[in-house]
Design a protein around this ligand. Structure first.
Ligand code: NAD
Length: 351
């Protein structure tokens, strides 16, 4: 199996690459532009493995994508490359439109040209998995869950750009017959998560005794999934998902942001009792504009049709994550040094 992964140097993409190479024994081409969010240090475990290769390229570059398809000859595409940080999309939406919308368009066109040249059997077996977010569905009230049929209602420039890319992917299936499957997942957390995102930011700031900035009153709810459970789900969806279908991915782990932060603090209290309580570092900051109140995923279709189930619950996953950050300063310290300043420590996205 030859898998063309985009965004494989990012948080989820690197978990997908590690899963495909180390657990599944697949040939993987990782195509990544290496923006600030991409780091090859997340892939040291596959570096040098003959099954793995890396191409530094922009998915907006049609020629580079065409050449990559023709030389690698994939059986499958897993498209994760994106601008992914909501706060950055609010202050600078252009990169989001370029990569998430135009980049996805360019990749779909390159995939289509390559796919059309395959023989009938390979054409049938080919899959293009478009990886997306539950944020395209907008915000939930106190009740209900996002289902695959929930109408799109994105709030941020990030989610609007992802919604647009989902529509493009589905249109390429309906119009051209490209075998596209779409996945929409809830918030991920786990090892190798870029230090600007909520959970790593809180762990690292608490370790350094810095304020823990929480948006608004901290009651916004997210549905957390351990990244390795997501990587497994994506492999299963690419393998057995029905063409033209959408699969929601989530671990039924709804938590208020403030409860996530306090859970991290209580784990650190247990490890460093002399510095406790870490919860005293919590500082409420002005809410994000357009901040969605609640996300929660109904993953029944993925569970019943494709047999996937999350292994980690939030308590086991967050404990593993905190310990991973404590043991892997070599990974996060250079990123934190490079990107500290106005963004880190002030903004905190739960996305
Ligand atoms: P990330 O920001 O950690 O990684 C994105 C990767 O894409 C980086 O390695 C970056 O260098 C690369 N990239 C960006 N622009 C590119 C371009 N023009 N060409 C090539 N590569 C480019 O993101 P993530 O959190 O790993 O998310 C991966 C995918 O999963 C995204 O599509 C995101 O929308 C989706 N998703 C994320 C979450 C989450 O909680 N993080 C949840 C659901 C869905």
């Amino acid at each position: 199996m030859r898998v063309f992964v985009t965004g494989g140097a990012g948080f989820i993409g690197s978990a997908v690459v590690r899963h495909l190479v180390l657990q599944k024994g697949y040939d993987v081409l990782n195509v990544d532009k290496l923006t600030y969010a991409g780091t090859l240090t997340s892939l040291t475990s596959v570096d040098g493995n003959p099954l793995y290769r890396f191409l530094k390229a922009d998915i907006c570059d049609a020629r580079a994508m065409a050449e990559a398809f023709e030389s690698f000859k994939p059986d499958r595409v897993m498209h994760l490359a994106a601008e992914s940080h909501v706060d950055r999309s609010i202050t600078g939406a252009r990169d989001f439109v370029e990569t998430n919308v135009l980049g996805t368009f360019t990749l779909l066109e390159s995939a289509r040209a390559y796919w059309q040249g395959l023989d009938v059997e390979a054409k049938d077996a080919f899959r293009f998995l478009h990886v997306s977010t539950d944020e395209v569905y907008g915000s939930l009230g106190d009740d209900g869950l996002f289902e695959e049929t929930t109408p799109y209602d994105p709030s941020s420039p990030y989610s609007a750009s992802k919604a647009a890319s989902d529509h493009l992917a589905k249109a390429w299936q309906r119009t051209y017959g490209l075998p596209v499957v779409v996945s929409n997942c809830s918030n991920n957390y786990g090892p190798f998560h870029f230090p600007e995102k909520l959970i790593p930011l809180m762990i690292l700031s608490a370790l350094e005794g810095k304020p823990l900035p929480v948006y608004g009153n901290g009651i916004n709810i997210r549905d957390w999934l351990f990244v390795e459970d997501h990587a497994r789900a994506l492999d299963i969806i690419a393998e057995r998902g029905r063409v033209g279908e959408t699969y929601n991915v989530g671990g039924r782990n709804e938590r208020r942001n403030i409860d996530v932060v306090m859970r991290i603090c209580s784990i650190l209290d247990g490890i460093y009792p002399d510095r406790s309580p870490h919860g005293k570092l919590v500082t409420y900051v002005q809410d994000r504009p357009g901040h969605d109140a609640r996300y929660a995923i109904d993953a029944t279709k993925l569970e019943t049709e494709l047999g996937w189930k999350a292994i980690e619950n939030f308590d086991t996953g967050i404990e593993k994550t905190v310990r991973w950050y404590l043991e892997n300063e070599w990974w996060w310290a250079p990123l934190r040094r490079k990107y500290d300043g106005n963004r880190l420590g002030v903004l905190n996205s739960a996305n």
